[in-house]
Design a protein around this ligand. Structure first.
Ligand code: HEC
Ligand code: HEC
Length: 222
């Protein structure tokens, strides 16, 4: 069971808790609706419909109804894997991944809510990025691809960058968000669920992160 693996691995997380700043008004209101969802207490089948509805009323404001919004810094959830999603909700809830809104929301979630929301996210089909005004720069794309091969990004995330299970889909993820996460893993502000990314980035010079982010964000995959 994914959940059991998660609980076991949680015990291995050795970094201290990071307290989040007070929640914004928007996150606060959304948090109240999340706890209403957990109070509902439903069977698995009815639960799926409940979380689809909660996603629409709580999460879609930032992440978009289909899992892709154009709100800056907000990751695409469409096409993301449920096991990856649950680990991240867990990290937010424990204060081990820092974002004001997400920590405030996740702190209201019971285990069943983590599972319900992440199962729902796992059903969202990938949504391609809107067509850019100009095609991506071919030279930067091939330099980025060379870096992704050299640093084995494709080894874990797949040649199509679609990930799987606990490894996130990153192809087509938003460039500003990807760059921020890479910097966070490298600097230690996002410790990760495992040390996979910290180690993967240990040999990557800081100056190469923008090129990697550019390549990842502009890779449509298959
Ligand atoms: C106020 C805006 C906002 C709302 C509402 C919101 N999110 Fe988020 N979410 C974010 C932002 C911003 C991030 C990225 C945080 C960071 O930079 O680490 C995020 C990250 C995530 C991630 C991690 C994605 C990844 O690729 O690592 C998941 C999963 C997630 N949110 C699920 C949800 C769910 C489920 C809800 C509804 C219960 C929700 N979010 C509501 C803004 C929001
Ligand atoms: C050993 C396997 C492995 C390698 C190599 C690897 N990754 Fe990851 N990556 C992961 C895992 C696992 C996560 C989930 C992070 C966590 O919470 O622990 C992740 C997370 C990420 C994220 C965050 C996605 C999100 O939605 O927040 C990005 C971006 C990323 N990786 C890009 C890269 C890039 C670029 C490289 C090459 C420099 C790379 N990865 C190499 C396994 C790997």
């Amino acid at each position: 069971m994914a959940w059991r693996r998660l609980a076991a691995a949680a015990a291995l997380l050795s970094l201290g808790l990071v307290a989040g700043p007070p929640a914004s008004a928007q996150a606060g209101k959304a948090a109240a609706r999340v706890s209403a969802a957990s109070a509902a207490g439903t069977s698995a089948a009815a639960g799926a419909a409940v979380y689809a509805e909660r996603f629409r009323t709580v999460c879609a404001a930032c992440h978009g109804a289909d899992g892709r919004s154009d709100m800056a810094g907000t990751p695409v959830l469409a096409g993301q894997h449920s096991l990856y999603a649950i680990t991240q909700l867990f990290l937010f809830r424990e204060g081990r991944r820092n974002n004001e809104a997400m920590v405030a929301l996740a702190k209201q979630m019971k285990d069943a809510d983590l599972r319900g929301f992440s199962d729902y996210i796992g059903t969202l089909p990938p949504v391609p990025a809107p067509a850019p005004a100009a095609p991506p720069d071919a030279a930067r794309m091939s330099q980025g691809q060379a870096l992704a091969r050299e640093h084995k990004c494709v080894f874990c995330h797949g040649a199509d960058l679609a990930g799987g299970q606990g490894v996130p889909r990153i192809g087509g993820q938003k460039e500003d968000y990807v760059l921020g996460t890479l910097q966070g893993f490298k600097s230690g502000t996002r410790p990760g669920y495992t040390r996979a990314m910290t180690e993967a980035l240990s040999q990557v010079p800081e100056k190469d992160l923008p090129l990697l982010a550019y390549f990842v964000a502009n890779s449509t995959g298959k």
